[in-house]
Write a new protein. Sequence first.
Length: 447
Amino acid sequence: MIDDRAYRDIRDSLSVIEPADVADLIELLSSESAAIAFRVLPRELAAATFAELEQSSQEALLEEFGAERSSRLIESMDPDDRAAILDELPVEIATKLIANFSPENRRITQAILGYDPESVGRFMTPDYVRVRKDWSVAHSLEHIRKYGRNAETVDWVFVIDLEGQLIDDIHIRELLLTEPDSLISDLMDDEFIALYAKDDREEAVRMMGRYDRTALPVVDSLGLLVGIVTADDVADVAEVEFTEDVQKLGGMEALSAPYISSSIFNMYHKRGVWLSVLLLLQILTISIMGFFDEQLSKAVVLVVFVPMIISTGGNTASQAASLLVRAIAVEEVRLNAWWKIVRKELLTGFYLGSTLAIIGMLVVWILTMTPMVQTEHIWPLSFTVSLSVLVIVIWGTLIGSMFPLLLDHIGVDPATSSSPLVATLMDVSGLTIYFVIAVMTLQGTIL
């Protein structure tokens, strides 16, 4: 259709498709064709579609449009989406675009951008419906019909006083099912749930899920209603936060852009730092093996089981760390419950360790029947390996569960206790436990 210049057909065809799907189609086109397709979209659809595009596609379109048209496009978007896009653009470009906004939109945009990037205020919208407690239901519904079209949502109506302070919130259902001559004050229970604009954005995710809301009001330190956050925005935040946690658990810094659009240098930086740290930490593992060099030279057979010992400890600690990181993220646990966690992990570790110790003992017996392990002291060796596995698994569950709690307590993201980091720490401590137990139990036999 683009080749045939069938622009009306393009407009009609795309107008019946959801913005996210239109964005997918446009991203398949070249920059020039994408700009043509985008220009024929209805204004509201264009704004919604632009918000769904990847950052690289957004920047390519803005370059095609030029400053004036780009400003009009971004200005037509919802305030929260507008601020999110400007936040991703280079400062000099964003400044030029904001300068072309109307005074009111410029004020709103700059107010949102004034909040911390990780705060609730950064992704709230000032487009919501508010009423007074002395209004009748009929007057309130008329007000909603008049101004609700520009609101992000009308599911919830917010009651404010003369100073603009939030005093209640009412679901639209109550208004629709109440007699028209009733007052808003008759529907109020003087209880409401609100976020502070300076709250961390994860708090919005937790509260939205906890109270099963589609929208939450946002107030400033004085209690003045300054905006709302809606379920779709919170879902985006939840996805971002979950992605960051998964990447950190993988032993790297969280990427600042989607995987496909991240540069090679950015990938190198985000992954290389942690890999370098983990590599250097292995010096401790080498030191432990060097410290027990004399014992190892007498009983080379101990080295055969080192991979099994350290992987068991690392896997156990990683499991516990992953469980606790997620539990902390959804507020299932806090530091004051540390003793409950220790008790649970000790018992779990004992049962897991006992099972793995029996398997370890069987492995030793089986290997001694092959050329891989040659020893006359099967029982002492199998006892040493199985006891080491038991102790290391119990230790691993404690390390993996307590490390995220401690990090959270000191204000560090618990996801930093990544699986590779915990596994590396367990390499060091696990080898120490293994060699100490070996020295204690194999004296006079293999040693």
